[in-house]
Design a protein around this ligand. Structure first.
Ligand code: ADP
Ligand code: MG
Length: 700
């Protein structure tokens, strides 16, 4: 690499120790290299001129040519301001200064053409521009500076200490002077010519000193591509290494359990998506590398059957399998459901959760260790050290977002060679984002719901319409349906939320009195056994209403429940709302989701509610969610570096991301160790940016 670029920023002319210190602390700029990678947030386009009559109330920075026709000082309270009348051939406006009146009065030339630049604020139908930048038109035309003015990221401290945008701009100019604007190329010639990318030097110059919109756009494209390309390269390499380094059990048989189940006991035809995903998993299990696969599928898309059939393959090859779920309720439900499906298969399944009795536990532990148990289902109780398998071959985790990476790695250690891992999640992540975030996982997607599902009708109702909603609930119950009523429960204000829940429960109990109506309640403060009892009452249809907090969110399956009421819906995130809605619409009846809110709604809340009403496509909802919240909350984004992007935007630059991923893949397919001559700049750059520098040593 250009060694000059490693020079500490202190040495750049015009910087010095104080400014260097500020740049380090405030912007993380230590070297010339860091400075050159400080990219402008936006640009002021000074190629455009506005007429006064064209001004809009939009707060944009504008540039106008006109003349000052008069100046006056106006007193206001203690202060004074200088006001100029400014005119062009379409109208008049005011320019205002709160400081420097004396100097301005002396230097401003009346009735001479000026170019002014700044924000025009609207007052009624008049516009006024405070502290405009002013330049005589004559000089303006002589000036050769870039017409597009870059605006750099800044902090309050920086501008207070005099490192303004102008100063940053100057410093940047100095950097280009000292380096002669020549920077080593970081992409291969092939990429440059195939994609018609501008060179590195040209891109850097034009991003800091754009000559025009077109060059700026091409330069930004090139730099964004490069940034995303190296992230993808690292992720793909990591995945390749994982596959060649981490050996896994080879399940080469598809045997009796799988075939018998498939032929005789499969309760429905698999959807095409389910078939495809099972094929993908079978291929992984049959290779000699450890599987690390993420299975994404919207709520109700039928992930459970995929899990079961994968476990049957493990059993057919003489291994044990386990399925871990995030809550007791869900574990029990999986246990019951899977036990029933395997009824005729001569498979030994047990359930292990926090509330399993010690004596039962001992029996399970023993049976696991001597191989008398085939499948273990449970909560994170499975992770305890005491839980030892004779020969665990496949571990499945349901609802990934509740578990962390640490827990995944605990499962790895449950056998001498790590078992295959299948992680299932109903939180849809836009595919490209998932690919770039979960670099070490392969991804399967079930993008098709089982046939015959009726779309859930979703509406938004204000609390003031509660009576109507109650009437609706009553009608549905009279038709034999069951209803969920969910209250938010957010950690910080748990006590208050708990009160909301109990108040809600009481008022529901009044509106739906026993013995005609029976109500279940489930929340986080209850003992697992009580929760389970209440849950079972609802599942069996003994209660018609389930009042609950979000513990109900994950995976629960009660086909006869067809109404989901979400109280204070504005307090839920989009993906949570979507998950909750997924609890209904599982049976043959028309299902409903009613989002209750007060009238006070933020604009984000409104967007969330509108989105829920408009669509039930999990991926579309995920996109909106991503736009509202940014990628910060998505698991794993912190590790992948995807959040520390300097110039690209993971959402807006999705197309560039796909392109970068495609080319990174192609290059590695052709030359996995990047040893070909033409890939030298890529190898070189990779070594600079990658955390694991000699990663390719592993690739055979
Ligand atoms: P999720 O992906 O949310 O875990 P489940 O596996 O719980 O979904 O499946 C939801 C419901 O759909 C279950 O009642 C299941 O039996 C049913 N189901 C799954 N696959 C199919 C299919 N191919 N045809 C019909 N029903 C299916
Ligand atoms: Mg599920």
């Amino acid at each position: 690499m250009n060694s000059k670029l490693q020079t500490p920023i202190d040495y750049l002319k015009g910087v010095g120790p104080n400014r260097a210190d500020l740049l380090r602390k405030e912007l993380g700029i230590h070297t010339y290299q860091d400075l050159i990678n400080l990219f402008p947030n936006r640009y002021l386009d000074r190629t455009q001129y506005y007429k006064i009559a064209q001004l809009q109330r939009n707060n944009a920075d504008v540039q106008i040519v006109g003349r000052v026709t008069g100046l006056k000082e106006v007193s206001q309270g203690k202060g004074k301001r200088l006001v100029a009348s400014f005119k062009d051939d379409t109208g008049a406006m005011e320019l205002v200064w709160f400081r420097g009146a004396k100097w301005l009065k002396e230097s401003i030339k009346l009735n001479t053409d000026y170019v002014i630049f700044g924000k025009a604020n609207a007052f009624g139908t008049n516009f006024s521009m405070p502290h405009p930048e002013m330049e005589l038109l004559e000089e303006h035309e002589k000036n050769l500076r870039s017409a597009m003015q870059p605006i750099y990221p800044s902090t309050e401290k920086l501008s207070n200490k005099g490192i303004t945008n102008r100063v940053l701009n100057k410093i940047m100019q100095q950097l280009f002077l000292e380096t002669h604007g020549k920077f080593e190329e970081t992409l291969s010639q092939n990429l440059l010519s195939d994609l018609k990318l501008v060179s590195k030097s040209e891109a850097l110059f034009n991003v800091h000193f754009p000559k025009n919109q077109e060059l700026l756009a091409r330069s930004q494209f090139r730099l964004k591509f490069e940034e995303l390309f190296y992230i993808q390269l690292q992720l793909i390499l990591k995945n390749l290494i994982h596959k060649s380094k981490i050996k896994g059990f080879t399940f080469d048989q598809v045997g009796e359990h799988f075939n018998t189940f498939f032929k005789h006991y499969l309760p429905f035809d698999l959807t095409n998506a389910q078939k495809r995903v099972i094929k993908e998993i079978r291929a992984d299990l049959g290779s000699n590398a450890q599987m690390n696969r993420l299975l994404q599928g919207d709520v109700g898309s039928g992930k459970t059957i995929v899990a079961l059939m994968s476990m049957l393959i493990a059993l057919d090859n003489g291994f044990q399998a386990c399925l871990m779920a995030p809550t007791e309720i869900l574990s029990v439900q999986h246990f019951n459901g899977l036990s029933e499906l395997c009824n005729n298969l001569n498979i030994r399944i047990k359930l292990l959760t926090g509330s399993t009795k010690t004596s039962d536990r001992r029996i399970i532990h023993e049976a696991l260790e001597n191989g008398e148990l085939d499948i273990l289902i449970g909560t994170h109780a499975l992770l305890e050290d005491k839980v030892k398998f004779k020969n665990l071959g496949l571990a499945i985790i349901d609802e990934q977002h509740r578990f962390g990476v640490a827990q995944r790695s605990k499962l790895w250690k449950k056998n001498t060679i790590p078992p295959h891992i299948l992680v299932m999640t109903a939180t849809p992540i836009p595919r490209t984002l998932a690919m770039s975030v979960y670099g070490d996982l392969d991804i399967s997607i079930i993008d098709e719901l089982p046939p015959g599902r009726r779309p859930i009708k979703t509406v938004h109702r204000f609390d003031s319409n509660r009576l109507k909603v109650l009437r609706f609930i009553r009608d549905e119950i009279d038709k034999g349906r069951q209803v969920y009523i969910v209250y938010p429960l957010i950690q910080e204000s748990e006590n208050m939320d708990y009160k909301d829940l109990m108040d809600g429960y009481e008022s529901i109990s009044r509106d739906f009195p026993s013995p005609k109506y029976q109500i279940s309640i489930v929340h986080g403060k209850m003992k697992p056994a009580d929760k389970e009892f209440e849950m079972q009452r609802f599942i069996k249809g003994e209660t018609q209403i389930m009042v609950a907090t979000t513990v109900i969110e994950v995976g629960v399956n009660v086909p006869n429940a067809s109404v989901m009421i979400i109280e204070s819906a504005e307090r839920f995130g989009l993906s949570q709302l979507h998950q909750l809605r997924g609890r209904v619409g599982r049976g043959a009846e028309q299902s409903f989701c009613i989002l209750m809110t007060s009238h006070k709604l933020s604009s984000d809340s409104k967007t969330r509610l509108e989105t829920m009403v408009r669509t039930s496509d999990g991926f579309e909802i995920a996109e909106v969610d991503l736009r509202l919240r940014g990628p910060g909350d998505i698991m794993g984004t912190q590790q992948s570096g995807i959040l520390n992007l300097k110039i690209a935007d993971i959402i807006k630059d999705n197309d560039i991301l796909k392109l970068a991923r495609f080319h990174a893949k192609e290059i590695l397919k052709d030359d996995p160790r990047l040893i070909k001559d033409q890939h030298r700049p890529i190898l070189f750059t990779y070594q600079q940016v990658a955390k694991y520098k000699n990663i390719w040593n592993y690739i055979s």
